[in-house]
Design a protein around this ligand. Structure first.
Ligand SMILES: [Zn+2]
Length: 486
């Protein structure tokens, strides 16, 4: 078993918030029952969320799959749109982890384990856990728990924050094992209380209903999660540890949905495709092939057969059997079902066959049909660079960054594009933006210093670099000051 990551994340959220909230560090702690938003402004919550996200991005479990994350974001936004909080911004991502888990940190950052996505037997089930997490965010439960943790912990939390921030400005410095152990201790005291759980269930159910999902999904999924939990006596799976599922809670959910009309909600094709993609990455490639093959042979699948062929094609691609992967894709084409995921898979196959121009041809069309899909943009730029078409790649990244200026990955792709074009100042400048957006200010500054020395920019470009460098240096000073508060 690999060490659990979750407690550290939740803890980081708390730790960072403390560093940035002198009010909490003061001796007078606010009343425990109140919404602690007074101590944590929306801007602060957002900042904590960003910092935690930057930490998680460096974790080996970070899946970094633009298609999976885009799906989770769409589902999350559909639920969040039903909440009373105006303009709730959520940031969702998947972690490669078989443990059935999902978690929320302040600022609307929600992580979902791949194990949980695969364990959900319907989209309503997956949505029920996300609706519950979104409710923790809208109710600011994290902020309220930080206050509950009490004074005794504050000092150790503050000490940890310094370690966390130090690790951020110096990425080579890992957070020590002792620190992580301490984090787990504090986490135990920050577990959601029964009242918070009940509130998140209640509000989650209403989000679920208003967003058009089957509310019974929450009951069925939570029941299964509880059964799963019983199999692991001392080693309770993450979700149950941080969100204890009691018989009382289940009865409460049961009571709330009693008498609601039965509602059959079909799973979206995207839900089925995302699950198939994740399933294809599970275990040995050969086993994944057998899994999908058996479903087709015995007709045991419940959703769209195209999703089964898609899973099979992904499994063959993973096993390096490109001929069979193509064959499954050809079957999908005959089914006349459309999704950007089929096109990115077709392009990935071309790339594996060392046919970058073939991939470009597919992705150019995909870009026209699905201009908003991040995965399509990323794959197109990659394929263009692989086929030596850096000028077109540059045009696309420039266009794309107009509407996605805070996407670190887009800046990284642009840096690669500039590198291929031999434009060194711009390469380092783009790389600096990517680092800054990932919370790596120190490295961003180094990149801008390289840009200053590149000597291949216009006067205008040079002054842009100088101005940005001053800005980043000031920002770094600010962060160092914040880290010293204790
Ligand atoms: Zn919970």
């Amino acid at each position: 078993m690999k060490p659990r990551l979750l407690p550290l994340y939740l803890f980081l959220a708390c730790a960072l918030s403390t560093a940035l909230t002198p009010a909490v560090l003061a001796n007078e702690l606010p009343d425990l029952g109140d919404v602690a938003q007074a101590d944590m402004s929306p801007a602060l919550e957002k900042r904590i969320g960003e910092q935690v996200l930057n930490e998680i991005r460096r974790d080996p479990a970070w899946l970094g799959d633009a298609e999976v994350n885009a799906y989770l974001l769409r589902l999350g936004n559909r639920l969040a749109a039903q909440s009373d909080e105006a303009r709730l911004n959520v940031e969702l991502f998947a972690l490669r982890d078989p443990m059935l888990n999902a978690f929320a940190v302040p600022g609307g950052v929600i992580g979902v384990h791949t194990g949980l996505i695969l364990a959900a037997e319907s989209e309503s089930e997956l949505a029920s856990v996300m609706a519950h997490e979104i409710s923790h965010v809208t109710q600011h439960h994290q902020a309220r728990m930080i206050n509950k943790a009490g004074q005794g912990q504050i000092a150790s939390i503050a000490a940890l924050v310094v370690a966390v921030l130090a690790a951020q400005s110096n990425p080579d410095l890992a957070i020590g094992a002792a620190t992580a152990g301490q984090a787990v201790n504090i986490q135990n005291q920050l577990n959601y209380t029964r009242d918070f759980e009940r509130e998140a269930d209640r509000l989650g159910l209403s989000l679920l209903e208003r967003a058009g999902f089957d509310v019974r999904g929450m009951e069925s999924f939570f029941e299964r999660l509880q059964k799963y939990g019983r199999l692991y006596d001392n080693n309770t799976p993450g979700y149950l540890r941080t969100h204890p599922l009691t018989t009382e809670r289940l009865a409460d959910i049961g009571n709330r949905i009693q008498g609601r009309p039965y509602k059959q909600v079909a799973d979206s094709l995207e839900f089925q495709l995302i699950r198939a993609k994740l399933r294809a990455q599970e275990g040995a490639a050969q086993d994944a092939i057998i899994y999908f093959d058996t479903q087709l042979k015995n007709k045991t699948y419940t959703g769209n057969v195209a999703a089964v062929h898609y899973g099979l094609s992904q499994s063959y691609l993973r096993a390096g059997n490109l001929v069979m992967a193509e064959k499954s894709l050809a079957t999908i084409r005959q089914l006349k079902v459309e999704s950007s995921l089929f096109l990115t898979l077709a392009a990935a196959l071309r790339m594996k066959q060392n046919d970058a121009p073939g991939a470009v041809a597919i992705l150019r069309k995909a870009y026209v049909s699905y201009p908003k899909e991040r995965a399509v943009v990323y794959a197109l730029v990659d394929a263009l660079l692989a086929s030596g078409q850096a000028k077109e790649a540059l045009r696309i990244t420039e266009d794309d960054l107009l509407s996605h200026s805070s996407d670190a990955n887009a800046h990284t792709l642009q840096a690669k594009t500039y590198a291929m074009l031999g434009r060194r100042l711009q390469q380092h400048r783009a790389q600096a933006e990517a680092y800054a957006l990932s919370g790596r200010l120190g490295e961003a500054i180094s990149q801008l210093e390289f840009a200053q020395k590149a000597g291949d920019g216009s006067f205008y470009e040079q002054s842009q670099v100088d101005a940005r460098l001053r800005e980043f240096r000031a920002r770094l000073e600010e962060e160092k000051k914040l880290a010293k508060i204790n």
